[in-house]
Design a protein around this ligand. Structure first.
Ligand code: PLP
Length: 396
């Protein structure tokens, strides 16, 4: 008998669990690069800048000083204090560092533990679509039901509170927001946040507000769900260091919420990760308390790149592109090419050696769009856009 043929089955819940396609496109691009071809990358959602020097130095010192062990599960108290002060100043509310803050290895574990701690099987979870794919994936994993709210280009890809209201039922338990938004680059306005808050209050819903791009904003001001005082008991704010401080590889994020939900999310964290890396946490204190000029320098650079990529995309026959107000993504409309977004993604990758993510990787309402991350140099944008122009214009 061939023993290799026998293998136990994988748990059925894995059939419900999605992934993040950017990593898959990146792997495909790497295969192409192995043949010696040069791929221009727009697929990964991460800053191309290096982590600021003062933050790296703080981590080196932390390693020498013995920050090489476990920390408390919700994070080092000093980091939680720094987070509470930083966020309090930003949103104008008091935050208790001992009970209302959890530090995690990235923002993603906050999404995972937040959804697990609040949504039961059968509950409905309202979320924008297209959106960061992890919201839908984890909702499906816990057998709750994702209820998508289409983001419409004619509404500048902003979540419409009226559309949210229409979708609330007795089963709705959680509402997920993301502003500024991945993949659309849109940001919610103060009146929209307030209207969404009203709906959440009226129907007694949890709100998970993913504000990880709040420091990368080009028009107006970021408005946090936490700044609406009566929302404190029902809001889980997700944030982190990955985007603001170019620290994606450090795996450091945080959640802010009411003491009960944070305690339960921490219980889940003990089951998954124990805590974030100790030396990353020390670096996080320096990031928040040290000079902030690198943050504004990076945002100013992203703005120049945004302007360049929007201009270039709009000059390509068959594409149109709105100007995003935050984050570092553009979401051009590709309908005039006559191709499905996944097919055009593959065409650009294989023919033009340009890596992007198809809109449907972020949900079904992403059909007709592609996502380009412009967290890359102006030179790369120029080269990439020339390649995209040639490959798209041969189709139209
Ligand atoms: C909207 C959104 N939330 C959360 C994350 C996850 O961030 P982190 O790398 O800190 O886990 C990302 C990363 O791309 C994101 O775009």
């Amino acid at each position: 008998m061939d023993m290799k043929m026998k293998q136990p089955s994988i748990a059925e819940r894995m059939d419900r669990t999605g992934t993040e396609t950017a990593f898959e496109v990146f792997a495909m691009a790497k295969e192409i690069e192995k043949t010696g071809a040069k791929v221009t990358h727009f697929e990964m959602g991460e800053p191309d800048f290096d982590t600021p020097e003062n933050i790296k130095n703080a981590a080196s010192k932390a390693l020498s000083n013995g920050y090489t062990h476990y920390t408390a599960a919700p994070g080092l108290l000093e980091l939680r204090q720094a987070i509470a002060e930083y966020v309090s100043e930003d949103v104008g509310v008091d935050i208790n560092p001992e009970k209302e803050v959890m530090v995690m290895p990235g923002a993603k574990p906050g999404l995972f533990t937040g959804i697990l701690a609040t949504a039961n099987a059968g509950d409905e979870v309202i979320m924008p679509n297209p959106a960061f794919p992890i919201y839908e994936s984890v909702t499906n994993l816990v057998r709750a039901k994702p209820v998508p709210i289409p983001l419409k280009e004619e509404n500048e890809f902003r979540l419409s509170p009226a559309d949210v209201r229409k979708k609330v039922t007795k089963k709705t338990k959680l509402l997920i927001l993301n502003t500024p938004h991945n993949p659309c680059g849109s940001s919610l306005m103060k009146n929209e946040m307030e209207e969404i808050a009203e709906i959440a209050e009226e129907h007694n819903l949890w709100v998970m507000s993913d504000e990880i791009y709040s420091k990368i904003i080009y028009e107006g001001q970021h408005y946090s769900m936490l700044s609406i005082p009566r929302m404190r008991e029902r809001t889980i704010m997700i944030h982190g260091f990955s985007k603001t401080y170019a620290m994606t590889g450090w795996r450091l994020g945080y959640a802010i919420g009411d003491a009960k939900v944070i305690a339960n999310m921490t219980r889940l964290q003990v089951n998954i990760a124990s805590c974030a890396a100790a030396f990353s946490q020390i670096a996080g204190i320096e990031a928040l308390r040290g000079p902030q000029d690198a943050v504004s320098m990076m945002a100013a650079e992203y703005r120049k790149r945004r302007d360049a990529i929007v201009r270039a995309l709009n000059s390509i026959k068959g594409l149109t592109c709105k100007t995003p107000t935050g984050a570092f993504y553009v979401f051009p409309n590709i309908r005039k090419t006559g191709m499905k977004s996944k097919d055009l993604m593959l065409h650009l990758l294989n023919k033009a050696h340009v890596a992007v993510v198809h809109g449907t990787a972020f949900g079904k309402y992403g059909e007709g769009y592609l996502r380009f991350s412009y967290a890359t140099s102006l030179d790369n944008i120029k080269v990439g856009m020339e390649k995209v122009k040639a490959a798209v214009e041969e189709l139209v």
